[in-house]
Design a protein around this ligand. Structure first.
Ligand SMILES: [Zn+2]
Length: 234
């Protein structure tokens, strides 16, 4: 399986790697900085740079049967297994996704209702809540998000045993349906003093990096389901 450099270091924009398998347009590497679609966060785009300077465009990154699958854009031939190359993520896009994904944790905290679904995007993101009888107030949500961004709270990763999670089900509640485990361990994301939950996505280092957010209209999606849309303001 692929060594997932982005799990411990979301800020790694490139890494040296070796091609370990090819399946059609999907290239498998021994290690990668590209995040595969999962937990509501879209897969990365990027490039594979060969030793002779040739560049292969990665159109999408997915979880495949042999690890992280780098799907090449149409019309490119995959490098042979054993090829050494540099994997590079489309950093401006990924950084926006990291800010957005981190903002979703704050949104989840700002709305004290069970989450029923969500999608992170580079331009805008959304979470769906089972609001019951609670009326969601757009202005109040926006004010809470702004306050927590201004606090610039650190965002850290912690690891626990998968077994321990069984006794703390409250840690699984939002972004990912089933958080990834690595060697029987499971990653938690802590926003100091605000939020702690299991999550395998990519996050910024502090809430200040998220920057200003706008809260869009709150949509009715079913009798009790409410969709909250947010976007990066800059
Ligand atoms: Zn997360």
């Amino acid at each position: 399986m692929t060594e997932e450099v982005f799990r411990d270091d979301a800020y790694a924009a490139r890494c040296e790697a070796v091609v370990v398998g090819v399946d059609g347009a999907n290239v498998y590497l021994d290690r990668t900085v590209l995040y595969p679609t999962g937990g509501g966060q879209p897969g990365d785009r990027g490039r594979l740079v060969l030793a002779d300077g040739d560049v292969l465009e990665v159109a999408d990154t997915l979880k495949g049967p042999h690890g992280v699958a780098h799907r090449l854009a149409d019309g490119q031939s995959a490098p042979a297994p054993g090829t050494r190359l540099t994997a590079e993520v489309d950093w401006p896009r990924r950084y926006q996704l990291m800010r957005m994904h981190s903002a979703m944790h704050l949104l989840c905290k700002a709305v004290d209702c069970p989450v029923t679904g969500g999608q992170v995007g580079e331009a805008k993101s959304r979470l769906d809540f089972d609001a019951g009888e609670t009326r969601l107030d757009k202005e109040a949500i926006a004010a809470r998000l702004a306050e927590w961004v201004a606090l610039d709270r650190p965002i850290r990763h912690l690891w626990i045993d998968a077994d321990e999670l069984q006794s703390r089900p409250e840690l699984v509640r939002t972004m990912s349906v089933r958080p990834p485990t690595t060697g029987g361990r499971l990653r938690l994301v802590e926003i100091e003093g605000l939020d702690l939950q299991a999550c395998g996505g990519t996050h910024v280092r502090s809430t200040g990096e998220i920057g200003a957010l706008t809260v869009g209209k709150i949509e009715n999606k079913g009798r009790q389901n409410r969709r909250v849309n947010i976007a990066l303001a800059e």
